[in-house]
Design a protein around this ligand. Structure first.
Ligand SMILES: *[C@@H]1O[C@H](CO)[C@@H](O)[C@H](O)[C@H]1NC(C)=O
Length: 325
């Protein structure tokens, strides 16, 4: 089960990259208004907020803040703002915010790798062997009914996850000894961070979206991945129609009606897109009341829900405690 959750997180993370990357093209044409518009289009307002919180705080901290009462959330945000303002001029500017986002993302990855490294390697050996990892994560499969192993839930089955992990392990295993040193293990857990894992990230994404398994993504598969028709929808929303256009004009570069791996790569990992910068611009745009392109602590605190999550109850504080605060 743990594995199931981790895989879902990877998928959600990829979906987030996809969605954010999708805003790269229009942004350069019309500036940040479109970026903001695009964020909402692709993620929906709720998801967009969750994404902002994770970028600003890191995934773990974002969850912590989600439990806090508004006053406590604001108080902690104030402490964070002082940390971000590294030159202490009373403003958070683009470069400070960008450095902070890069720091929180790095910290999240390091913490995650540390946690999983320890859990799979209690003896603190130099490497983790595939057999050890497989037994820890998929050992329960040996006792399962074969039919249950193949049963799909939202397009995922244990068997498919094992196959995917096996392949990813082999690509991360640079020296081919079937054991991963910590650096290789980092590439395995967070393939989007390693240059040499990028083609695999693209393949995994194509496989997720390519429902008819023909190795390429049709416009219906592309739309189906972002939008599911619900009973309330009488007509396709504007943003979905816009996405169809985007597929035709931007994504499908050779206009053959499908996205191949190259086209998917340019979509999800565009080579000229800096997501920490895009996210920083987005956050500044959201909170910059006087439009001077930098934020005071007051501007940030008055928009605290953009930066950090919170519940409108006050039981949260009792649940969560953290050294930093
Ligand atoms: C760590 O290495 C020792 C010695 O090679 C081995 O016996 C042990 O099983 C390893 N631990 C794990 C968790 O793989």
């Amino acid at each position: 089960m743990i594995k199931m959750i981790r895989n879902y997180q990877v998928v959600i993370f990829l979906f987030t990259i996809i969605s954010i990357a999708a805003s790269a093209v229009p942004k350069t044409e019309e500036g940040k208004r479109v970026l903001d518009h695009d964020f909402q289009q692709h993620l929906g307002e709720e998801h967009s907020k969750q994404y902002d919180h994770e970028q600003f705080l890191g995934e773990d901290q974002a969850k912590t803040f989600d439990q806090l009462a508004p006053e406590e959330s604001r108080r902690r945000l104030g402490i964070i703002v002082d940390k971000i303002d590294t030159n202490k001029d009373g403003f958070v500017d683009l470069s400070e915010l960008k450095a902070w986002i890069q720091f929180t993302q790095r910290r999240y990855i390091e913490d995650d790798v540390e946690r999983q490294w320890r859990s799979h390697n209690p003896d603190n050996n130099d490497t983790i062997h595939w057999d050890v990892y497989r037994k820890n994560v998929y050992g329960f499969m040996e006792e399962m009914d074969p039919a249950d192993l193949e049963r799909e839930d939202n397009g995922f089955s244990y068997k498919a996850m094992l196959t995917r992990d096996r392949r990813r392990w082999s690509v991360a295993d640079r020296d081919g000894d079937d054991s991963l040193v910590r650096e290789e293990f980092t590439s395995f857990l967070h393939p989007e961070e390693s240059e040499f894992m990028r083609d695999l990230v693209v393949s995994e994404t194509v496989e997720d979206i390519d429902k008819d398994n023909d190795g390429k993504i049709s416009v219906e598969e592309y739309i189906g991945d972002m939008y599911r028709v619900t009973d309330d929808d009488t007509e396709e929303p504007e943003w979905v129609k816009h996405e169809r256009e985007t597929f035709k004009t931007f994504r499908d570069k050779d206009h053959d009606g499908f996205l191949n791996n190259e086209e998917v790569k340019e979509w999800i990992i565009p080579h000229d897109f800096d997501h920490a910068e895009a996210e920083s611009k987005h956050l500044i745009y959201e909170a910059d009341a006087d439009s001077d392109e930098k934020l005071t602590k007051e501007e940030i605190l008055s928009k605290y829900d953009v930066f950090v999550g919170s519940q409108a109850t006050d039981f949260g504080e009792a649940l969560v405690r953290h050294d930093e605060f």
